[in-house]
Write a protein that binds this ligand. Structure first.
Ligand SMILES: [Zn+2]
Length: 211
């Protein structure tokens, strides 16, 4: 098992670093860090199904090893993510990953984190696949079937810890924080893995807001 998780852990450890220090991508905590799977690591069948549908590229590693199926989270955030209390929604219009406190957790930092952009960027190397967050969101919304699909604000702000701590510097031009971007010569737009079916599903979810 140790060998199987190497690529996963290494990829996340390299990616979720803010000015040289690892941190929880939701709340910015630097202690009690863990690695979470977006699609649970026991779900080989789901993973293969996603590959078959073209949502996950054929060359991707398996569900356990693929770092694009993972997040660095503190223990608290990991617990809320796994028990389907919160989800992350990728908003392609602004290229941000947005935290949604869907179960209305009343503790901080979750109240303040609601609808804020977290420490993930689509241009990053090994950025999480947006379609996997969609699967997770469906599960969260299934667990809370009577909660309405939340509206997203026009202006999606960064989570408080990103500009405050100085761990990452915001670029007013690109609207991204600089700490994670690839060096300029290698910087090129990385295509978010979101097949047409995932795109259609996003559309459906948005249309369904008012329903
Ligand atoms: Zn956290």
């Amino acid at each position: 098992m140790r060998d199987r998780s190497t690529a996963f852990d290494t990829g996340i450890n390299k990616r979720d670093v803010f000015n040289g220090r690892r941190a929880c991508v939701f709340c910015g905590a630097r202690r009690g860090l863990t690695h979470a799977h977006i699609v649970p690591k026991v779900e080989d069948e789901t993973w293969e199904e996603l590959k078959g549908l073209g949502w996950v590229p054929q060359q991707a590693k398996d569900v356990v090893q693929e770092p694009r199926n993972g997040l660095q989270l503190c223990r608290n955030c990991h617990g809320h993510f796994d028990d389907l209390s919160v989800f992350v929604r990728y908003v392609p219009e602004v290229s941000k990953f947005v935290f949604m406190n869907f179960s209305n957790i009343t503790d901080q930092p979750y109240v303040n984190l609601h609808q804020k952009a977290i420490g993930l960027q689509p241009l990053e190397r090994c950025s999480p696949m947006a379609c996997l967050f969609l699967i997770h969101e469906c599960r969260v919304r299934g667990r809370h079937p009577f909660r309405q699909n939340p509206f997203l604000p026009q202006n999606i702000e960064w989570a408080h810890w990103i500009p405050w701590t100085g761990m990452a510097i915001l670029s007013t031009v690109s609207h991204h924080f600089k700490a994670h971007l690839l060096p300029p010569r290698r910087r090129r737009r990385r295509r978010i893995v979101m097949g047409w079916k995932a795109g259609a599903m996003y559309k459906e979810l948005r249309v369904g807001r008012g329903a």
